[in-house]
Design a protein around this ligand. Sequence first.
Ligand SMILES: C[S@@+](CC[C@H](N)C(=O)[O-])C[C@H]1O[C@@H](n2cnc3c(N)ncnc32)[C@H](O)[C@@H]1O
Length: 248
Amino acid sequence: MNPHDQQITALLAQLHQALESPATTHGLARTLRAAVKEVELHRHHRVSVTALPDGVLKPSSTKVQIGGGGHRIDGFFNIDIVPPADLLWDVRESIPLADASTETVFSEHFLEHIDYPRSAKHYAHEAHRVLAPGGQLITGVPDAAFILNQYPASPDRADEMIERWYAKRNCRGDINTYLDLINYVFRDQDDDPTYNPHYWAYDHEKLTQLFTETGFTSVEPWAFDPTMANPKRQWASIYVVATKRQEP
Ligand SMILES: C[S@@+](CC[C@H](N)C(=O)[O-])C[C@H]1O[C@@H](n2cnc3c(N)ncnc32)[C@H](O)[C@@H]1O
């Protein structure tokens, strides 16, 4: 193991030790848990970096899904920072594919989980770089406009949204007003170590700005295709398709 990875392993042990100490306060524990999570992600990434020294992979498909989690798409190569992806990779660093090698880059409910502007803009540039001319970047995110436009909303509306979005989470004791749901769109469960928090909220205008600034020639609404996208994401999400310029 190289010195960096040795250092990271020792750091992880120290973080766990500090978390177990009764002297550790709530605020410090939150930060330590976040650090543990980040260090674990870093270790996944480092294993792949070591196996891919030039940082360029030749995937089994020219269609790539980023941040798909457990939602695999037939015919796509899946890159995520946690299993069960085909490649574990921290996309905040790069997309480890050759220039102009890819037909489609697809992600849903991923972009809001990386920091803006640094990582979101870097991701957009990397997607543009790896796409072939005419290639498509398809992006779905929670639609901030959808939820903000309905505020103030009735308790029934809040109930419906909790049921549709968070039925599996045991959160109703604390998350039960419409404003709680707005908070969720902007930060999600940032104190639960099993979830990646949301770092930035998007609407059509913001996605269009992000991708046109990067060099994509058009950004259009994407017609939801449940054979590709996760059907449970359709409601209250916005999907766009950004197209890379065809060569003259
Ligand atoms: C909310 S889940 C969405 C999963 C799936 N797309 C869906 O809609 O059901 C966010 C996914 O993004 C992945 N992710 C977050 N940050 C990442 C990063 N820096 N690099 C690669 N994947 C990341 C997470 O591991 C997780 O699988």
